[in-house]
Design a protein. Structure first.
Length: 129
């Protein structure tokens, strides 16, 4: 039962990720073209209206691309800053401390931000381990 549920969840997330990737590969021009075509079909736009909608949509999609690109740049800058910090900290530590620090960072990156091995931990106020 658990394996089936896990497989279903993984399939769902895979489909969502695939759909996102396809959408994100579109250029602003292609997005504007698709949006205009869809609106033309649904709203029966005239040629003049189509041109106006296309220009407005193109401007919007270009602006959104700029914002997404800026967000990625910020993320990369933060990652580089953290790497520099970790390297500087390592210079201060002894070899033994560096090993522990490295393990600590790996545990943190493993998904459990509280650190350490949490399997079998307490189950809240109702029960004890």
């Amino acid at each position: 039962m658990k394996k089936t549920m896990l497989a279903m969840l993984m399939a769902l997330f895979s489909i969502a990720a695939f759909a996102q990737r396809q959408d994100s590969d579109m250029t602003p021009e292609k997005r504007a073209e698709n949006q205009t075509k869809q609106m033309t079909e649904k709203l029966n736009l005239s040629e003049d209206q189509q041109k106006q909608v296309y220009n407005l949509t193109l401007a919007r999609t270009q602006k959104m691309k700029e914002l997404r690109d800026a967000q990625t740049a910020d993320r990369e800058q933060m990652r580089a800053s953290m790497e520099t910090y970790n390297n500087e900290v390592a210079k201060i530590l002894t070899v033994e401390q560096q090993e522990k620090y490295k393990t600590m960072l790996e545990d943190r990156r493993g998904g459990d931000r509280r650190g350490g091995d949490r399997r079998g931990g307490t189950r809240g106020p109702r029960g004890e381990n």
